[in-house]
Design a protein around this ligand. Structure first.
Ligand SMILES: [Mg+2]
Length: 367
C-alpha cells in the first residue's frame, strides 16, 4: 500500500453541556484527525484524548508531538504494507495509545475502502446496526440529573448509565429507580473508590444494576476480584482493561465479569479485536465504550461493536447528544435506541472538509 501523504488536523468542538465525572469537567472536545492518503483514497482515524488529561495522562498537545516526531516519520520511512505490519511497527514503538489509535484506525478505514466494503465487514462483524445506551455525568443536584435522563430517554436509548463517586451514589440511585422504575441501569465510578469502600459498594447490589463499571483504581485487579467475590452485580473493567495481556490476567484473577473495550484506550482496532477474542474465549461478554470521540472515532466504535461478543449497548450516542456539530456526514443518529451504519465503504461516514475548517486549531501534512 503506497502512502502518498499523512495529514493531521487538531479540531476543537464545543459540547452542548459541560461533562463532569469523578475526576474533572470539560466543555469542549478536542480531537486530532489523521488522514492517510493512498492512491486516490483517504483513510481517516481519530486520536481523541480530552484536553487537560481528563481521562488520561495524554493531552491533544502530547499526542500531536508523538505523532509528528515519532510515529509518522516511522510509518513514512518503513512503509508498512498491511494492518499487521502497521501494528508490528506501532507495537515496537513506545507511544501513547491515543496516538497509536489515530494512526492505526486510519489504515483500517483505508483497507476497508480498498476492499470496497464497510469497516464492520473487514473487522469480521455481520450486523449493520448496534444498540446505544445513554450516559449522563455528575450533576449539581438530583433534580438536574433526573431532568437530563428524562430529556434523552425519549430517544429510546437501551439503557442508562450514571456516573457515581463517594458521596454521590446511593442517593442518585434511589432517585433514578424511584423516578424511572426498572429501566436497564448501570453505574460508572471511573476509579473513584478504594478497597476501603468494598463494604459500601456491596449496597449497589440492591439496585439490580447491569454492572458496576471500574469502581477501583485501574491497577487494582486484586481489589476488583475481592469486590466481585462480594457482590452479585457484575463488575466491569474500563480504565483497567488497558491491553490484551492485562485483560487476560484480570479474567484469570476473576476481577470482572464484563469488559468495556475502548479503541482509544487500547491503541486501535487490532488490539480491540484481540481483547474481544480473549473475552469471547473466556465466556466474558464485552461492550464498546467511548471517550467520547468525535464522529470518526464514534463511527469506528459502532463498526467494532458489531462483533459477536459485544453483548451490551454501546456508549456511542447521537452526535447531537454531545457536540454542537461534528465533522462527519451523515452525523451519528440514534433511532429507537439503535445506531444504523449508513451504506458505503470504510467508516461509511464521509469526513467533511468544510466542517474540519470550521473547527480547525492546527493542521500539518507529511510526505
Ligand atoms: Mg467508564
Amino acid at each position: 500500500m503506497k502512502i502518498d501523504r499523512i495529514t493531521l488536523t487538531h479540531v476543537r468542538i464545543p459540547l452542548v453541556e459541560p461533562f463532569k465525572i469523578s475526576n474533572g469537567e470539560v466543555s469542549e472536545k478536542d480531537g486530532i484527525l489523521v488522514g492517510v492518503a493512498s492512491e486516490g483514497l483517504v483513510g481517516w482515524g481519530e486520536a481523541s484524548p480530552m484536553s487537560g488529561g481528563f481521562y488520561s495522562d495524554d493531552t491533544p498537545e502530547s499526542v500531536w508531538i508523538h505523532l509528528v516526531e515519532k510515529l509518522i516519520p516511522e510509518i513514512l520511512q518503513r512503509k508498512p504494507d498491511s494492518i499487521e505490519e502497521v501494528n508490528a511497527l506501532l507495537d515496537g514503538s513506545e507511544t501513547s495509545p491515543f496516538a497509536r489509535a489515530g494512526l492505526e484506525t486510519a489504515f483500517w478505514d483505508l483497507k476497508a475502502q480498498k476492499g470496497n466494503e464497510p469497516l464492520f465487514r473487514t473487522l469480521g462483524g455481520t450486523k449493520g446496526s448496534v444498540e446505544s445506551g445513554l450516559a449522563v455525568g455528575i450533576y449539581p443536584t438530583i433534580d438536574k440529573l433526573l431532568a437530563a435522563i428524562e430529556r434523552y430517554l425519549g430517544e429510546g436509548y437501551k439503557r442508562v448509565k450514571i456516573k457515581v463517586q463517594p458521596g454521590w451514589d446511593i442517593e442518585p440511585l434511589l432517585a433514578v429507580r424511584g423516578e424511572f422504575g426498572r429501566i436497564p441501569l448501570m453505574v460508572d465510578a471511573n476509579c473513584a473508590y478504594t478497597q476501603k469502600d468494598l463494604d459500601h459498594l456491596q449496597a449497589f447490589d440492591d439496585f439490580e444494576l447491569i454492572m458496576i463499571e471500574q469502581p477501583l483504581p485501574k491497577e487494582d485487579l486484586e481489589g476488583h476480584a475481592m469486590l466481585q467475590a462480594m457482590v452479585r452485580t457484575p463488575v466491569c473493567l474500563d480504565e483497567g482493561a488497558k491491553d490484551p495481556a492485562t485483560v487476560r490476567r484480570a479474567i484469570e484473577m476473576k476481577s470482572c465479569k464484563i469488559v468495556n473495550i475502548k479503541i482509544q484506550r487500547v491503541g486501535g482496532l487490532m488490539h480491540a479485536k484481540e481483547i474481544h477474542d480473549i473475552c469471547a474465549n473466556a465466556g466474558v461478554p464485552v461492550w464498546a465504550g467511548t471517550m467520547p470521540e468525535l464522529g470518526i472515532g464514534g463511527a469506528q466504535t459502532v463498526h467494532l461493536a458489531t462483533l459477536p461478543n459485544f453483548a451490551y449497548p454501546t456508549d456511542v450516542e447521537s452526535s447531537a447528544r454531545w457536540f454542537v456539530d461534528d465533522i462527519i456526514e451523515p452525523l451519528i443518529e440514534v433511532k429507537d435506541g439503535l445506531i444504523t451504519i449508513p451504506p458505503g465503504a470504510g467508516n461509511c461516514h464521509m469526513v467533511s472538509e468544510s466542517k474540519i475548517k470550521k473547527f480547525e486549531v492546527r493542521k500539518e501534512s507529511f510526505s
